[in-house]
Design a protein around this ligand. Structure first.
Ligand code: KIV
Length: 259
C-alpha cells in the first residue's frame, strides 16, 4: 500500500484507539483535523444535511462537492469518502467512479458498504491500488425500513463474521462495523487482522466513529450509540433569537458594524 498514513493506521490494530468522525464542510474539517485520525465524508450527509429519508438518493456529485470542501480543511488526517448507492454495481462502474472521486477530491481512500455481495468489486479496486475501507453490520444503503441493530440470529452473526473475513482477505485497510451486538463486535475485532472502527459496535473495536452533527447535538438523531457532547442546536437557536430581537428593535447594526 502506497499511502504512508494508511499503513500507520493498519499498524494501530490492538494499539492506540483510532479516532474518526464525519465532516461535510471545510469549517468542521479544520476542527476535526486536529483530533482525528480519519475524517469521513459519509453519505449520511443525504439525511443529515439534505433531509433525505435515506442515503440512497445521494449522488456522486454531492459527495465530490462536499469532499472538495472538506479536503481544504485537512492537513494531517486520512480523508475517506463514501461511494454512494448505485455507483459501484459492477467492477467497471466502481473503478470509473472511484477514479473520478479520487481525481477530483484528492482523498486518501474510499468506503463501500457490504461484504460477500461486493467482494469481487472490492478486490478489483484494491488490485488497482485504490485504498478501500469496508463497512459491515447495518448497511444504510441496503436497509428498507427502520434501522435496527444486527446480530440477532445466528445466521446473521455468521454472515457478518464471514463478511469481515472476506473483506480483510480482499485487502481493505480497515472495516467500519455499524450497529452490531457487543459480543459479535468483539469476535470480529479479535479475528480480523485489520483495524475495526465501531459505530454502535462496542468498545472492543480498534476505533470509534460518529456522525459529527449527532455528537454536537445539531441533528435530531439520538440513538443509544450516540453520546451528545454539546447542544449546538440550542446555542444556534438562542443566537438567532437575539439577532432577530436586535433587528426588530433597531439594535443591529450598531456604529461598530457600519462603514
Ligand atoms: O455515512 C456515514 O456517515 C457513515 C458513518 C456513520 C460510518 O457511513
Amino acid at each position: 500500500m502506497k499511502n504512508k498514513k494508511i499503513r500507520e493506521i493498519v499498524k494501530r490494530k490492538n494499539k492506540k484507539p483510532i479516532v474518526c468522525l464525519t465532516a461535510y464542510s471545510k469549517t468542521i474539517a479544520e476542527i476535526l483535523d486536529k483530533y482525528c485520525d480519519i475524517v469521513l465524508v459519509g453519505d449520511s450527509l443525504g439525511m443529515v444535511l439534505y433531509g433525505m429519508k435515506s442515503t440512497r438518493r445521494v449522488t456522486l456529485d454531492m459527495m465530490i462537492n462536499h469532499a472538495k470542501g472538506v479536503k481544504k480543511g485537512i492537513s494531517k488526517s486520512i480523508l475517506v469518502i463514501d461511494m454512494p448507492y448505485r455507483t459501484y454495481r459492477n467492477k467497471k462502474e466502481a473503478y470509473k467512479n472511484a477514479k473520478k472521486i479520487i481525481k477530483s477530491t484528492k482523498c486518501d481512500a474510499l468506503k463501500l458498504e457490504g461484504g460477500k455481495k461486493i467482494i469481487n468489486i472490492i478486490k478489483y479496486l484494491v488490485n488497482k491500488n485504490i485504498p478501500v475501507m469496508g463497512h459491515i453490520g447495518l448497511l444504510p444503503q441496503s436497509e428498507r425500513g427502520k434501522f435496527k441493530f444486527k446480530g440477532r440470529s445466528s445466521f446473521e452473526r455468521k454472515r457478518i463474521i464471514e463478511d469481515s473475513r472476506l473483506l480483510s482477505n480482499a485487502g481493505v485497510f480497515a472495516i467500519v462495523i455499524e450497529c452490531v451486538e457487543e459480543n459479535l463486535a468483539k469476535i470480529i475485532s479479535k479475528s480480523t487482522p485489520v483495524p475495526t472502527i465501531g459505530i454502535g459496535a462496542s468498545k472492543y473495536c480498534d476505533g470509534q466513529i460518529l456522525v459529527t452533527d449527532d455528537l454536537l447535538g445539531l441533528s435530531n438523531f439520538t440513538p443509544r450509540f450516540v453520546r451528545k457532547y454539546s447542544n449546538i442546536k440550542k446555542i444556534i437557536d438562542k443566537s438567532v433569537l437575539r439577532f432577530s430581537h436586535d433587528v426588530i428593535n433597531k439594535n443591529f447594526p450598531s456604529r461598530k458594524n457600519i462603514y
